[in-house]
Write a protein that binds this ligand. Sequence first.
Ligand code: SAH
Length: 583
Amino acid sequence: MIGLISATAAGAAASARLAAAWPGRVRVYEGPVGPAVQRAFGECAQVVCFLAVGATVRLLAPLLSDKATDPGVVCVDEAGRFAVSLVGGHGGGANALAHEVAEVLGAEPVVTTATDAVGMAGLDTLGLPVEGDVAGVSRAILDGEPVELSADFGWPLPALPPNVRAVEVGSASTDLRARLHLTDRTVELGAHEVVLRPPSLVVGVGASKSAPVDEVLGLITETLADAGLSVRSVARLATVDAKADEPGIVEAAARLGVPVVTYGAEELAAVAVPNPSDAPLAAVGTPSVAEAAALAGGGQLLVPKRKSTPEGRAAMATCAVVRTAARGRLAVVGLGPGARDLLTPRAKDELRRAAVLVGLDQYVDQIRDLLRPGTVVLESGLGAEEERARTAVAEARKGQAVALIGSGDAGVYAMASPALAEAGDDIDIVGVPGVTAALAAGALLGAPLGHDHVSISLSDLHTPWEVIERRVRAAAEADLVVTFYNPRSRGRDWQLPKALGILAEHRAPRTPVGVVRNASRADESVRLSTLAALDPATVDMMTVVTVGNTATREIAGRMVTPRGYRWQQEPTAARTEATEAGR
Ligand code: SAH
């Protein structure tokens, strides 16, 4: 039981949130805090005090006896910002509790014992369903004890702390406090054991018209149970296109909480199966639905076709079960221009989802603190793009969860294209957009990108200058706002003046030019100049240069590109146009 003690209204509100989140796990102690702490300390295995650390220390001091037997105590501040593991970090489980409390309250866990400074999040944050003694195993992991992971097959898990060691299935040591299994099989769990359920099973389903959902679902669950497989590892149901809306299949999938994927009859007919038959061939044009649909995405047939066995009439459903080959996962993650609060929450999640991180060393430094302990970091220096891309894809092909990072958006003059050129359809790719330099700079300059615009990289390392010049000329003629990336480096100094000269052939000398260096980074600088006045020597590789179009103006020190003549002058006409466009 966890005792909860509070003194103020804010504390009581936070306490009530914990009580609501953990029904049956907590006891709320009312009344003056002194006696309340005393009672809770004697009666509960753990205590959460919504009190100042100082006050809690004074109340606890006379009660403390032995770290092996004292309850674990967590202290939460008045504003609910921190959950501090105060005493009993290991034995009393306060470290793990601090993480749990923080999770519920949206607070920061504060854990000061050495082994826990590693920042391992709970097992329930691995992205897979977990069964068993989650709290006990989490605690063993947090305590830095040796923990074994036995996996039936490879799966792209996030990084686990170094004290979690992968072992061969069946070779488990006996003297360990905690053990993790990764499997889709049903297992008898002992004390201090958990099983992670990877979504590794595909159930192929065939059904006659109007087959009842209970018959379909009953067949699926019985088949899995008989084969010793967990329903929680079912990733999806698979069937033929013609059955995409078959209510029994759709509803069975909904009840299992998984999607239905469908395949064309021709595609299914081409899949080699052990048990083809004439009935589906006549009905939907493929000799196998259940087995072929289950196998269509690849994998190993664990349970061949089985029919339902309704009483007193013919079977209306068939199913077959396949274990899909684990696929590696490559997340291509844009980190934004630099500032931590311009890194998206999704990017943060993907960094914590990865077991392997690949990136340029200076970008890795930008986010190193966010990585899970145990994350393998493969960093390299400037210029090694191709190699980084190859490394990232190769790691994913091994079945790993990999994050490949880039600054700004990883798809803009960055790692996404070389990586995706290298990747086949044998790995999963997840792209996370980031705030690219042009946008970060635009927001600092004002509204330079309010109308049509392009980005042009002035680096002629991989692109012949003739091509770059042709594009600059086209942008100039089309009156596009232009943002130059890679504008100028020590060895590449004539391209920017040349490009500005081409634009100046089509734009007035007083056309605004925004120069933003290190947008959102520590030494950020923002300057507004003009085509005539800009000194290219003040521009370097940390900079983007945005040149306005013929309508761009400086207004109150900001660079503003109007939405267009009509928008500004004739709101009625603009509305008409919008309505037409909306049709
Ligand atoms: N993927 C990155 C761009 C990589 S190309 C993105 O989406 O932003 C590298 C060029 O981007 C640099 O030479 C510079 O022109 C520009 N750049 C990147 N980050 C910047 C920042 N914070 N401030 C200004 N320019 C930046």
